[in-house]
Design a protein around this ligand. Structure first.
Ligand code: ISE
Length: 355
């Protein structure tokens, strides 16, 4: 009798390795290219699969840095591609409404850089379209919500450590502005970050805003009111100050102080390292030149949290800005801009939140 042949080892129960989320990126200028690099090198569970940019050559160049990605001609092709599970939009703001609506129609989660739209009506269209699907699809790229300092301030507020918020004082400084930067952009591009901070920290509507143009620095381009001060009042009476100064020639500084009934706290002082210089008899640390070094960890955390939310089907990460936040931001920006030529504060009118 011959021995029965030994049966080949049977594989045990197998679980398929989790698939990477395949991300389509629309617009690969400075911000979009930065996201492609982040997703390709530092984000777990995702890869860039399809890219488009109105400059095809730029798209090709960026695609060469993202293994396995391909370039298509239009944003629509990115959104509808079979090998795209989720869409990241980093195109100029005037295209966001159409592109976000197309992603919702395709049933794909989308992370859209701010702003959601260039006016409240367009932004509300997105809120309604998403609401009609009965699901969440839209995350809005307000990266400060993922900054460690912002997170700690939010935690302190939620834990009641600071008591009732009385004042929120914000400072927003840039070294310089790009060509064509005007008062409208100062509101919709720069102040919009602090307007979102109001939604994030205070979670209540702004009822009025007053924009005050200070004497301009000689470093500002003709016609730009730089510095500019915005004063907001919320429904419960908390006052928010936003001092914008975007041609300091120094660097990128974002500071936030919450004054509450039990105490106050400030984030963004950059006092991690203090250097004493012998030669000049002065002291200080270095100021980052632009948003990238200042908020790189926040952007990494934001994109990672989004990918995790897409993978678990919730699509929008906890603490992320939503389509509603984008709509509120657009409504407040619109009032802030009107206030520039009005005498005094302008009221903010919000549509009802669909539920
Ligand atoms: C720019 O668009 C940004 O989003 C930056 O974070 C902000 O500091 C700058 O003022 C804006 O123009």
């Amino acid at each position: 009798m011959t021995d029965a042949p030994t049966a080949p080892p049977q594989p045990g129960p197998q679980t398929a390795p989790p698939q990477d989320i395949r991300i389509g990126v629309i617009g690969v200028g400075k911000m979009g290219a930065d996201h492609v690099e982040r997703i390709s090198r530092r984000t777990k569970g995702a890869r860039v699969s399809v890219i488009s940019d109105y400059m095809r050559e730029t798209a090709e160049k960026v695609s060469a840095t993202a293994p396995g990605s391909r370039v298509v001609d239009t944003p629509e092709e990115v959104i509808t591609a079979d090998d795209v599970d989720a869409v990241l939009i980093a195109s100029p703001g005037q295209f966001h409404r159409e592109q976000v609506l197309a992603a919702i129609a395709a049933g794909k989660p989308v992370l859209c850089e701010k702003p959601l739209a260039m006016n409240p009506t367009d932004a509300y269209d997105v809120v309604r379209a998403e609401h009609e699907t009965g699901r969440s699809y839209v995350s809005l790229g307000f990266m400060r919500r993922f900054d460690t300092g912002y997170g700690e301030l939010k935690d302190a507020l939620e834990a009641g450590e600071l008591g009732t918020p009385l004042l929120l004082n914000c400072k927003h400084r840039n070294a310089s502005t790009p060509p064509g930067f005007d008062n409208t952009m100062m509101v919709y591009d720069s102040a919009v970050h602090e307007i979102d901070a109001i939604s994030f920290f205070l979670e209540e509507p702004v009822v009025s805003v007053q924009t005050i143009a200070a004497r301009s620095t000689e470093n500002a381009p003709e016609g730009l009111s730089d510095p500019m001060l915005l004063l907001f009042r919320t429904a419960s009476g908390t006052v928010v100050t936003d001092e914008l100064y975007v041609n300091t020639k120094a660097g990128y500084e974002v500071r936030t102080e919450l004054v509450g009934s039990k105490g106050s706290a400030t984030v963004g002082l950059e006092i991690g390292r203090v250097t004493t210089q012998q030669a000049g008899g002065s002291w200080g640390g270095s100021v980052p030149l632009d948003f990238r070094p200042r908020f790189i960890d926040a952007y990494d955390a934001e994109v990672q949290a989004w990918v995790t939310a897409v993978a678990d089907g919730t699509n929008v990460a906890p603490r992320s800005a939503t389509a509603w936040d984008g709509y509120v931001g657009a409504a407040v920006c619109e009032a802030a801009e009107r206030s520039l030529s009005a005498d005094g504060a302008v009221e903010v009118a919000l549509q009802e939140r669909p539920h």
